[in-house]
Ligand binder design. Sequence first.
Ligand SMILES: Nc1nc2c(c(=O)[nH]1)N[C@H]1C(S)=C(S)[C@@H](COP(=O)(O)OP(=O)(O)OC[C@H]3O[C@@H](n4cnc5c(=O)[nH]c(N)nc54)[C@H](O)[C@@H]3O)O[C@H]1N2
Ligand SMILES: Nc1nc2c(c(=O)[nH]1)N[C@H]1C(S)=C(S)[C@@H](COP(=O)(O)OP(=O)(O)OC[C@H]3O[C@@H](n4cnc5c(=O)[nH]c(N)nc54)[C@H](O)[C@@H]3O)O[C@H]1N2
Ligand SMILES: [Mo]
Length: 731
Amino acid sequence: MPLGEYPDAYLMQDRRIVRGACPHDCPDTCSFLVTVENGRAVKIEGAEDHPTTNGFLCTKVNRYLERTYSPQRVLYPMKRVGEKGKGIFARISWDEALDTIAAKFKEIAADNPQAIQPYSYAGTMGFVQSQSIDRRFFYKLGASLLARTICSEAGAAGYRATIGLSIGTDPEQFGNAKLIIIWGSNTITSNVHLWPKILEARRKGAKVIAIDPYRSLTAEKCDEHIAPLPGTDGALALAMMNVIIKENLIDRDYVERYTLGFELLRERALEYPPSKVAKITGLSEETIIKLAREYATTKPVAIRLNYGLQRHAGGGMAVRAITCLPALIGAWRDAAGGALLSTSGTFSINNAALERPDLIWNNPRTINMSAIGDALLGYQRVQYPDRQGGNYQRVQYPDRQGGDSRAPIEKLEPLDPPIRAIYIYNSNPAAIAPDSRKVIAGFKREDLFTVVHEIFQTDTADYADILLPATTQLEHFDIHKAYGHLYMLINKPAIAPVGEAKPNSEVFRLLAERMGFTEDCFKDSDEEIARQAINYDHPRMQGITFEELKERGWMRLSVPETYAPFAEGNFLTPSGKCEFFSETLAKQGVDPLPAYIPPRESAQAAPELVKKYPLAIISPPAHNFLNSSFANLPSFVKAEKEPRLEIHPVDAAARSIKDGDRVRVFNDRGEFKLKARVSEKARPGVVVALSVWWKKLTSDGCNANDVTSQGLTDLGAGATFYDALVEVERT
Ligand SMILES: Nc1nc2c(c(=O)[nH]1)N[C@H]1C(S)=C(S)[C@@H](COP(=O)(O)OP(=O)(O)OC[C@H]3O[C@@H](n4cnc5c(=O)[nH]c(N)nc54)[C@H](O)[C@@H]3O)O[C@H]1N2
Ligand SMILES: Nc1nc2c(c(=O)[nH]1)N[C@H]1C(S)=C(S)[C@@H](COP(=O)(O)OP(=O)(O)OC[C@H]3O[C@@H](n4cnc5c(=O)[nH]c(N)nc54)[C@H](O)[C@@H]3O)O[C@H]1N2
Ligand SMILES: [Mo]
């Protein structure tokens, strides 16, 4: 029987098949089937009927049962009995754990509830378990808000300024493209379900180009690999525009009808000739010119850009510049053309119902999660636009000489009140947040009350005062959208919670009760919350009902099968056009045209720093890990072997480093040690440490985030993980 014909929970005596959805922070959000025998999950497989899952799961979720049934699971609530960070705990009851938390929160809230800080990200992306009753709870409590910026904010903001919303090329259309540019994405690792589409395009004669400073698993399988210096993509895109405009390769009709500000964009692009950009990017002029010509003269042409290229000071502007390209050449006319950063804006989610922002009563401050180290140590990182120099001034005052735009100026301002309690769920900040020395110093504070709700005893959990056991996706209910396809999905629990684990939603319900929160929304069941997630009236959600979604497991959005969202304009910007010139940005004091903002730590922006720390480090995801998830499980760690630093032979020779040597990577923020792999995978001037390793499982207790910075991006105030300079030496 084909899988599609299975009812959702197919009962065969003591054998059931339950349909779920992958909870992980990945564009693919797969539909899967779990076989359960006598209450135990025995098999997990990708749904064959779900078009993008296509019957297969990634290397990680294929082995999800290893995660669910790991002997490392946190099984019951515990309290700390040793020094902070040592991870020594004693078992307590749920009642004691919840009473302790409620008492502490009441005590702090009586003084100032803003001293209580929630901290969460996308350990699960389900709406119920990641952004519903948790938000309600902290809003009602009056806690500080959290700006969830650690991943995608810069790119999202850059894309939004140009296109209006995160809507792009339907990934299922990529098979019909004739040229695909994979720009700052490691598709085979971080978006593997797009790869079959790329192979399909190739079988039909398409060319695939990767733009990545690192010869990733994906880059090595492409027809061409272009390796710019990290953080220089904005300049590269502007140089492509320069060539396209000068050689009159634009789609004049599309530009006239559906774009705004072409003349200003033209002037801006003329400031970026390939000769200048060759020096910025470390590419040859010929490479840039050829890329621009190929891009402008092949149809359909799709750009798969992703978040790797926006983890730099100018990440927002880089995405903005790249997303101007398709409109310039009319690539959006084809369903298989255009650009895809994320599909998430195609969905219409009822966030107001899920999160209930109306419960906020005290105008609380917002703490940026990407600068949690500073925040825990009593400082808030605040950005001010750089009004002194740069291109922005040139738009305002055309006669004024300016250089490239600069990132906003950042200042550390005292945080009052300091954070006195932090509640962490769906995240592992001790391992994944930048500048970890500061993060760890913060978590070590004796006067900080820390709650961690986790599946495993992570690096962060070791600092908990109260550690609570969390369920995995097989053990709770949820509803999902995706950022790499166009389907809503349902996840049904396949098994009972392992040990005494509880879902996030249940813990917040119990805490709300103890805090005396009486609103009905604190009593909603998981299914009731899930039902509230969808704006059923929205045109793109038409036809989706909760009942049918529950029955079928997944449903496509109400968009045409051959979906070409901007074939005839209809951009979602204020003007309805693709905004080369953005009034919205101008009003925020930001350069209204796409600009190049060099990495904060680069020869252009910090010439003195480069003398001391000449190598740029990037630390993108390892194939078998998902951020720090899976990085504790034996077979995953075995597959990744050990932390390694890819270094180019030229850079290695200059430091007498040989393949296999142990090296120390360091800058003023910190250091970490690992094994050198000398190869041409990293371009000269760049070293690569695939991540994110658990600190306590490495030989020196450190990882790549010991050298990353809390500096923020130009747009969206996101994290700049790949904007860091280091030196490397043999140990
Ligand atoms: N297996 C696996 N899959 C994942 C994840 C994981 O950890 N493991 N993480 C998930 C999450 S949270 C996210 S956000 C996505 C991330 O996935 P992607 O959006 O693909 O981003 P990254 O993996 O950060 O980086 C992708 C590529 O960008 C390159 N890169 C770095 N800096 C630059 C630059 O300045 N310019 C250019 N052109 N390229 C650059 C890196 O070398 C890397 O090969 O993947 C998701 N999927
Ligand atoms: N150096 C470097 N650092 C990075 C990155 C990088 O590329 N390089 N990538 C960055 C990016 S893109 C991102 S998105 C962040 C991701 O950072 P995080 O969002 O912190 O992601 P994970 O490391 O996967 O940690 C998620 C944790 O949530 C837990 N969890 C999962 N499901 C549940 C649940 O239902 N309930 C509870 N309570 N807990 C649950 C998991 O066990 C896991 O420990 O990391 C960032 N950090
Ligand atoms: Mo991410």
